[in-house]
Design a protein around this ligand. Sequence first.
Ligand code: HEC
Length: 141
Amino acid sequence: MSAAARQMLLAAAFGLAAGTAGAAPARTAPDAQALARGEQVYARCAGCHAIEGNRTGPQHCGLLGRRAGTAPGYAAYSEALRATGWVWDARTLDLFLQDPMQAVPGTRMGYAGVKDAGERADLIAWLQQAARPGVACRVLP
Ligand code: HEC
């Protein structure tokens, strides 16, 4: 390979790296608009859920990093959800929230899901902030 070709390859590699670096913060630190949209999507969940207390559904405070079916003080979990063994993170939430009853047949969450991928991403970004461990649990079970 000629020196010139090597230089072009290097430039392309750095270009890619720069592009990746530029995109990464958008994923790890969602902008305020995305978070506001996510909070609006959560209004659909609020008939059954609250961040800081058990309702029809389990409380969501401390959700991220917690094993499915283990919210403190919530006794009405389905065997199906507990048996998944999932730990809630962006990937498992995305899978579940897209179509809960398909993702976990037998779940007691009677909700059709958030079909729009962008809405799900905003919702999950908001949950990652609002329900992160140790911060959001204001009410004890
Ligand atoms: C009709 C009531 C209802 C609605 C609406 C609802 N949920 Fe649920 N949710 C439940 C119930 C009940 C469970 C327990 C499911 C089980 O044990 O199978 C649950 C479980 C969950 C879990 C698992 C929690 C854990 O501790 O393992 C998550 C995450 C969740 N819901 C998120 C949401 C989100 C986000 C929305 C809105 C997009 C939503 N739910 C809408 C009733 C609801």
